[in-house]
Ligand binder design. Structure first.
Ligand code: GTP
Length: 239
C-alpha cells in the first residue's frame, strides 16, 4: 500500500472541496448582493409610485374643487334667476310669499308691525299704446328704481306681474305705514324723462297692516289688493 500516494490524493480532494465551497460562498454573496440591490430598487420604485399617485390625487382634488366652485356658482345663478324679475331686477312673485312668511315671523317675534303695500300703475296700458312697449318697459324699470329708493334695505320690493308691485316694510306705528305710502306716491309722481317724453307716474296704492288687518300672508296681500282697488275706483270716479 502506498501511504504517501493515498495522503496526496486525500489532500487533493480536500483542496478541490474547499475550492467548491469557496466558489459556492462567492456565488451566495453575489446572490445576496443582487437580492439587496433588487430590494432597494423596488423600495425606490414604490416611493416613486407613491409620490406620483399623491401628485395625481392632489391634481384630481384641485380639479374637483374647481368644478365644485363652478357648479355652486351656476346653482346660485339659477336660484337668483328663478327669484328675479328679469325686466326690473326686483324679486318676483315666487319670492313674495317666502319673504312675507319670514318677515311676519320676525315681526311677531319682535312685537313689530309689518306693512304690506299693493301698488298698481294707473293707465299703464296708455303708455304702451301711446309711446310703445319699450317705453312701457322703461317706465316699469323707473318705478322699480323709485320704489327701491323709497324703502329701507331690509324691506322687500317685488314685481308680481305686469304693472303690479308689492312692498313689505316693517313699521312701528300705523301712522308710519300711512306716511310711507304717501312718500312712495309722491316719489313716483315726480316727473321724469323716459324715452324722450316727460312722464309723471301715478299709481294706486293699498296697504294692509300686521297685526291689525290680518295675521296670515294670504289675508294681508288680499286686503292690500282690495285697498288698492278701492283707491283705483275712487280715482276713476274723481275723473
Ligand atoms: N311694457 C310692458 N307692458 C306690460 C308688461 N307686462 C304687462 N304689460 C301691460 O301692462 C298693461 C296693464 O294694464 P292694466 O293694469 O290692465 O291697465 P291700466 O292701463 O294700468 O289701467 P288701470 O290699472 O285700471 O289703471 C297691459 O296692457 C299689459 O299688456 C311688461 O313687461 N312691459
Amino acid at each position: 500500500m502506498n501511504l504517501r500516494a493515498d495522503h496526496h490524493g486525500e489532500e487533493r480532494r480536500l483542496f478541490l472541496l474547499r475550492r467548491k465551497i469557496a466558489a459556492a460562498e462567492a456565488t451566495l454573496r453575489t446572490l445576496e448582493a443582487a437580492i439587496l440591490q433588487a430590494r432597494s430598487a423596488q423600495g425606490l420604485a414604490t416611493a416613486h409610485d407613491a409620490r406620483l399617485e399623491n401628485e395625481r390625487l392632489l391634481a384630481q382634488n384641485h380639479r374637483m374643487s374647481q368644478e365644485s366652485v363652478s357648479v355652486n356658482a351656476a346653482l346660485q345663478q339659477a336660484v337668483q334667476a328663478a327669484q328675479t324679475d328679469p325686466l326690473t331686477g326686483l324679486r318676483n312673485r315666487e319670492v313674495l310669499w317666502d319673504r312675507l312668511a319670514h318677515d311676519l315671523s320676525l315681526a311677531r317675534r319682535h312685537g313689530k308691525r309689518l306693512a304690506v303695500y299693493f301698488l298698481d300703475v294707473d293707465d299703464f296700458k296708455q303708455v304702451n299704446d301711446e309711446f310703445g312697449h319699450a317705453a312701457g318697459d322703461l317706465l316699469l324699470q323707473h318705478v322699480a328704481r323709485v320704489l327701491l329708493a323709497s324703502v329701507r334695505d331690509s324691506d322687500t320690493v317685488c314685481r308680481i306681474g305686469g304693472d303690479e308691485f308689492v312692498i313689505l316694510a316693517s313699521a312701528t306705528l300705523p301712522e308710519d305705514a300711512v306716511q310711507m305710502g304717501t312718500k312712495i306716491g309722491r316719489a313716483l309722481g315726480t316727473p321724469c324723462v323716459l324715452a324722450g317724453h316727460v312722464m309723471a307716474v301715478s299709481a294706486s296704492i293699498g296697504c294692509a297692516l300686521f297685526p291689525e288687518d290680518g295675521e296670515s300672508p294670504g289675508v294681508l296681500v288680499h286686503k292690500a289688493d282690495e285697498a288698492m282697488y278701492r283707491r283705483k275706483r275712487a280715482r276713476a270716479l274723481e275723473r
